[in-house]
Design a protein around this ligand. Sequence first.
Ligand code: ADP
Ligand code: MG
Length: 252
Amino acid sequence: MSRRTANHAELITELLRSFKLTAAAEELVPRLVTAGHDQALATIAEVLGLEEDARHERRVQRLRRASKLPEGKTFETFDEKRLGQPVLRKIRELESGVFLDEAINVLGFGLPGVGKSHLLAALGHVLVSQGRSVLWTPTYSLVQELLAAKRDLVLPRKLRKLDNFELVILDDIGYVNQSPEEAEVLFTLLAERYERRSTALTSNLVFSEWDRIFKNKMATSAAIDRLVHHSVVLEFDVPSYRTEKAKSKRKD
Ligand code: ADP
Ligand code: MG
């Protein structure tokens, strides 16, 4: 077998295995070679490569729908020049998706309108296109869903479902004043994902104001400890995008 043929043979076997066609993975190449059809291996490898691309594309479409990511909020519509170098550098690194394998959290802080939600959504879109499973949710609505699940005694099942997502993006944590019950289910979610799955969040509140979210000092510091322990912090110290836009419009 020539080197090229061997490469094609290896690729075919590998692809069939990844499609979970285990018997075919073992039999196809040896049988073709025995029957003297080595010539066909290149074409078969090529066709299976197309199958792989099509499967990836379908998976990405499925993940994109399930992610509930806001559609237009991608890097294509994001002006990166507005970000500081440290945030940009961190974002470029996060785009590799490696942080998901290490259950590292991403915490975006800054005043309203500075692009926290847009940037984390854009990051989410990039990860989805790599085949990663992401869920985007306003914190408030996820908290309501968790509360309802708790009331129906199905909170563990709901948490297991969320566990399927490699990244849960909680948009606007602490935007609303939460009741103790709401704070408790939010804490349960964070504790559940701690050191196993990544969580990203955006917040207008600095940590010192977080007892407004978790109500008591102990729960607040426990939540912050868990989030920060393995995390990348993105600080948005830029002027509000909306205000800047409005200003430049007035100038026109
Ligand atoms: P935050 O979550 O920090 O309150 P958003 O991400 O919601 O802010 O941004 C407010 C609005 O301004 C959104 O419509 C967003 O798309 C837009 N925006 C913010 N920053 C940028 C940016 N750097 N480039 C393009 N649009 C931006
Ligand atoms: Mg926001």
